[in-house]
Design a protein around this ligand. Structure first.
Ligand SMILES: NC(=O)c1ccc[n+]([C@@H]2O[C@H](COP(=O)([O-])OP(=O)(O)OC[C@H]3O[C@@H](n4cnc5c(N)ncnc54)[C@H](O)[C@@H]3O)[C@@H](O)[C@H]2O)c1
Length: 426
């Protein structure tokens, strides 16, 4: 029986998906430290974690049975991706399972701030009946400026237009403008046009300090600012100054340069207590719907990998989208050096392999070649593939195995399969 270890209370929808792929699932609530994890991974092929379990190079070197790691999260900083790739261990995450949750929070905040709902709410809780239209606006007809038109930015664009907003966006990459959204040629053009500016850039290091005094100064009088992407992108001192001076009429911030480590910890920020400023504790993507979607998405990715070999959206291996076929499949992760494919195909030719299909993808110094073979005339090809000094990991599914029970093997082990000659389609 193959085994999966799921830690940190990942969403239980993941369990039946892995069980259906032939895995016995050990489901645990908490995280494990390095030593505990190493001992728990003995005999485990699949590991599922969230953000608190560190999958270090040492863990990966000791976990000789491990085939893939699922990060049931967006981020993968907790996993040593390079070490995992070097051992042929695939890592998957959930890059867009919480996109809609972030978008809905942004929409709610844009309306709340434009309407000054925060101040009316605060006053009434304090017993003050502040019935006034002053400073309250509809979002209809106003211009939303989206910086970063990726998964979140582009979906926000669609919903904002449905509310009657005009959308202008700025992205460093070429992006298809959805609906009537208009692309700004420069960030400055967006800042000078938008009534609401919202940041949705990714966390690449070059985005540190992207938005500071110069950018705030460019924004329109009474504009509103939102940051739901990454804390280090914005100079919060500068944001506080522009709110206090009355230049900006409101802001919503969900991510901070320094965030408390755990729930219940205290939070310090110059933004606390400022008028018409909504502060949320990095919960943009935190909804029950998103957790469920992440559970299903990552479990499906793990299941696809061990059944078909598909690495689509893996964050550390070359990406190949693969479907089930009725023939044997030889999946070879290898060092990406010149001549590997020729060597591999010579081995197949020497063994009279009838190749039905072959796909290759590379990523940095890792290559992944997947070959579907329906017949061979001579045994022994897999031992030769395993023995190549470029081989990182070889996995084989022969046609007599049920596809949901793939064989994963340790890189160091010679393959125990009956070899590709056993793959004649029954
Ligand atoms: N608050 C939360 O809980 C939460 C949840 C999910 C995601 N996020 C964050 O939201 C951000 C966006 O997520 P996504 O899934 O849309 O990412 P994405 O990768 O799909 O999109 C990011 C976009 O930003 C663009 N970009 C990068 N740098 C830029 C720059 N300097 N100027 C203009 N455009 C730039 C990229 O070209 C890309 O189109 C990420 O930083 C992510 O970490 C936050």
């Amino acid at each position: 029986m193959q085994r999966a270890l799921l830690l940190e209370n990942v969403h239980p929808t993941s369990v039946p998906i892995l069980e259906a792929s032939g895995y016995e699932v050990d489901y645990r609530k908490g995280a494990l430290d390095e030593d505990e994890l190493i001992s728990a991974l003995d005999g485990v092929q699949l590991l599922g974690i969230r953000s608190k379990t560190e999958v270090t190079a040492r863990v990966l070197s000791e976990a000789s049975d491990l085939v893939a790691v699922g990060a049931f999260s967006i981020g993968t900083n907790q996993i040593n991706l390079t070490a995992a790739a070097g051992r042929g261990i695939a890592v998957f995450n959930a890059p867009f399972s919480n996109t809609r949750s972030v978008v809905e929070l942004a929409i709610a905040e844009i309306i709340s701030l434009t309407r000054r709902m925060t101040e009316r709410d605060r006053a009434l809780h304090a017993g003050v009946w502040d019935k006034s239209a002053e400073g309250s606006h509809e979002v209809r007809g106003r211009t939303l400026g989206i910086v970063g038109y990726g998964n979140i930015g582009s979906q926000l664009s669609v919903l904002a237009e449905n509310l009657g907003m005009s959308v202008i966006f700025y992205d460093t990459a070429e992006k298809l403008a959805l609906g009537n959204a208009r692309r700004a040629e420069t960030l400055d053009e967006l800042l000078e046009t938008a009534d609401v500016v919202t940041l949705h850039v990714d966390g690449r290091s070059g985005n540190a300090g992207l938005f500071g005094a110069k950018q705030f100064a460019r924004m329109k009088q009474d504009a509103i600012f939102l940051n739901l992407c990454r804390g280090f992108v914005v100079d919060v001192d500068s944001l506080a100054e522009h709110i206090t001076s009355g230049h900006l009429s409101g802001a919503a911030v969900d991510v901070f340069p320094q965030e408390p480590k755990k729930r219940g910890d205290s939070f310090e920020s110059v933004l606390r207590g400022l008028p018409n400023v909504i502060l949320t504790p990095h919960v943009g993507g935190s909804t029950e719907e998103a957790q469920e979607a992440i559970g299903q998405f990552v479990a499906k990715k793990l299941s696809d990998y061990v059944t078909t070999g598909s690495t689509m959206l893996s964050v550390n291996l070359p990406n190949l989208q693969l479907e089930h076929t009725g023939v044997g499949r030889i999946k070879l992760l290898h060092r990406n050096v010149p001549g590997v494919l020729a060597t591999v195909n010579q081995i197949f030719a020497d063994h009279g392999a009838n190749i039905e299909g072959q796909m290759l993808a590379t990523r940095g110094d890792i290559g992944y070649v997947v070959t579907d073979i329906s017949d061979v005339t001579e045994r022994g090809a897999s031992k030769k593939l395993q023995a190549l000094d470029t081989t990182i990991r070889l996995r084989i599914r022969d046609a007599f195995e049920r596809p949901e029970f793939p064989r994963a093997r340790r890189p160091a082990d010679p393959p125990d399969v009956s070899d590709a000659q056993a793959t004649r389609v029954a």
